[in-house]
Design a protein around this ligand. Structure first.
Ligand code: SF4
Length: 219
């Protein structure tokens, strides 16, 4: 990297460090006190916007009655972390607190979440949407990954992390928002009908072959 490039990068990092405040929770462990501190700071600085790309999970409330009471006190919608269903759509910060997004990927992600989150399926499924090729929400290791560019959206299928990681394969490029929604509808409907428990989408596609899968989905 030459001297000028290095200076430009340093200025960019400095600008971002002044814009974002990211509390570090080692191991991702947060206490009620940590959450209170965040709530207090956000109340005092209402211009701040909070965004999670990972999850917050309250673990270990094993007693059934206490678990039920805890959910009532929480008073928020929850989802199954283990069920054979669509997980909440994972969104990067593009369009919310990050300006690098090439399209309105945040709004697309929220639409997909409203449409599919919690849907019963042959096995778990995760959709991820990223506003640019930096892919901060890790779309290439999700069942359906959507990545925005100046030309539109690219849709990838069959990715997974876990014991046998798989990189998602490209399904289609340069799609408009409504075309992405239609394609995701078709992929989910096809998997719902033909998928087998406990095969994730990637294994299902591997067995069928990507080209055949594409043909069947589009048909
Ligand atoms: S993927 Fe791009 S738009 Fe999304 S948070 Fe990362 S840098 Fe920002």
């Amino acid at each position: 990297m030459n001297f000028i490039m290095k200076k430009v990068m340093e200025q960019k990092i400095d600008k971002e460090d002044k814009k974002y405040i990211a509390p570090h929770f080692p191991g991702g462990v947060v206490t009620p006190d940590d959450l209170r501190k965040i709530a207090d700071a956000c109340e005092k600085f209402p211009e701040s916007k909070l965004k999670l790309t990972g999850e917050i999970i309250m673990g270990n409330v094993k007693d059934e009655a206490r678990n039920k009471e805890c959910r009532q006190i929480l008073g928020l919608p929850t989802y199954s972390v283990a069920g054979f269903s669509m997980r909440p759509v994972k969104l990067c910060s593009g369009g919310y607190i990050c300006d690098n997004n090439a399209q309105d990927s945040f709004s697309l992600g929220l639409t997909l979440d409203k449409k599919f989150s919690g849907k019963k399926l042959p096995f778990k499924m995760i959709i991820s949407v990223s506003g640019c090729s930096r892919s901060c929400s890790e779309p290439l290791v999700k069942d359906i990954g959507i990545v925005a560019s100046q030309e539109g959206y690219s849709v990838f299928v069959g990715g997974a992390a876990g014991a046998k990681p798989r990189i998602a394969q490209r399904f289609k490029d340069n799609l408009k928002e409504d075309e992405v929604i239609t394609l995701v509808e078709k992929i989910v409907a096809f998997y719902e009908k033909k998928g087998k428990t406990p095969e994730r989408l990637g294994i299902f596609i591997e067995k069928m072959g990507l080209e055949k899968f594409k043909e069947e989905v589009i048909k």
